[in-house]
Design a protein around this ligand. Structure first.
Ligand SMILES: Cc1ncc(COP(=O)(O)O)c(C=O)c1O
Length: 367
């Protein structure tokens, strides 16, 4: 006898659409038997991690023992970096892990979660998984519409997600506007500000470092990641800064040992490598200039971005261009999942990768 196993799942989970990651190099190699493939699809750091990080991983021999379940040394370093106490910090298996912990900790099927249209896919996934109502606010010139977000608050609102800058649009909110929004949100509503691309956006003078505001807003959670500028995406490590009571609560749903030993030592080493971050951000700025200049030359409109990626508009469904790029060995990211079927999201790569992408795109556009 068999039974409909889907009917046994919670309604939140059976209604989930799994997250669709960008295509991997191995997958494309299998499909098209290509050698020379570049991937500009998942907002990773094309320089990878620093040599110090690699050395720290190689020096970590003791992998038969469980890692430090409290991540003490890394938290200590993070506490120093942010001038906060260890109790303000929660470590996640990637910052995605924190997004999920926050939803599980604070949100039930009686609640509403507010996030913006075209914002990071995981906000919708974690909202769905806990069976809460999605309240998706419209955008203003591709950016979060803060007035619409404020107007959407009601007695059921429990959590608001804001990505600054946002993925996939790359749009950002300035200090004054974000601070003013936080001041208007009642303190019983949790606000999560996702700063996954902080290191790239931080060069902009009006870009806020919201980690400085956790002392002012007890309902504020700021997330950061080692997956982007630090180049540790494969190790899965991120963290949040918040009021200690929030960290205490998140710690109750956190998986024991959610950070492996290699990730803990690598993140620790990465924090000391300011030069690597500086070089990575510089490479990104140059690559962004090169790509946007090429889009201008081709007459293609793009969304100005403060991340390490940019969305370009083809004014028609972009899937064919995406497929033609794949055939040329270039993986970028279609974003129809984000209700942006005419755009492709391009991660800024190495100089040689950016050049290859532009050359192949020009060939496709000239056809
Ligand atoms: C806005 C945003 N937040 C969070 C994440 C999650 O990153 P990770 O789980 O690797 O820290 C991403 C990844 O692409 C992202 O774009």
């Amino acid at each position: 006898m068999s039974c409909d196993l889907f009917s046994l799942a919670t309604s939140g989970v059976s209604g989930l659409e799994p997250y669709r990651p960008g295509k991997s190099i191995e997958e494309l190699q299998r499909e098209f038997n290509l050698d020379d493939i570049i991937k500009l699809a998942s907002n990773e750091n094309p320089l990878g991690p620093s040599q110090n990080v690699l050395d720290s991983i190689i020096a970590t021999k003791d992998i038969s023992r469980y890692p430090d379940g409290n991540g003490f040394y890394l938290k200590k370093k993070l506490a120093e970096k942010h001038s906060v106490d260890i109790e303000n910090i929660t470590l996640g298996n990637g910052s995605n892990d924190i997004l999920e912990m926050v939803a599980r900790t604070f949100v039930t099927d009686q609640h509403e979660v507010i996030y913006s249209k075209h914002s990071f896919a995981v906000y919708s996934l974690v909202t769905q998984a806990v069976g809460a109502q999605h309240v998706v606010t419209p955008v203003n010139n591709w950016n979060h519409d803060l007035v619409a977000m404020l107007n959407s608050i009601n007695d059921h609102t429990r959590l608001i997600f804001i990505a600054n800058p946002n993925n996939p649009t790359g749009t950002w909110i300035d200090k004054n506007n974000l601070r003013s929004l936080l001041e208007q949100i009642p303190s019983h509503i949790i606000v999560l500000i996702d700063e996954a691309y902080f290191e790239y956006a931080n060069a902009e003078e009006k870009y806020p470092d919201c980690s400085l505001w956790i002392k002012d807003f007890s309902n504020l959670i700021v997330t950061r990641t080692f997956s982007k500028a630090y180049g540790l995406a494969a190790l899965r490590i991120g963290y949040s800064l918040s009021h200690p009571d929030i960290s205490n609560l998140l710690n109750r749903v956190r998986q024991p040992f959610n950070n492996n030993s290699l990730a803990l030592v690598a993140a620790d080493a990465a924090l000391g490598d300011l030069e690597h971050i500086k070089n990575s951000v510089q490479l990104n700025q140059l690559g962004m200039q090169k790509l946007t200049q090429a889009f201008d030359n081709m007459g293609l409109e793009y969304i100005p971005s403060k991340g390490n990626f940019v969305c370009v508009n083809f004014e028609k469904p972009a899937i064919e261009i995406y497929q033609n790029l794949l055939k040329a060995g270039v993986i970028v990211r279609p974003i129809f999942d984000y209700d942006m079927p005419n755009h492709l999201r391009i991660t800024i790569g190495l100089e040689s990768e950016n050049t290859k992408f532009i050359k192949e795109l020009e060939k496709i556009m000239a056809k």
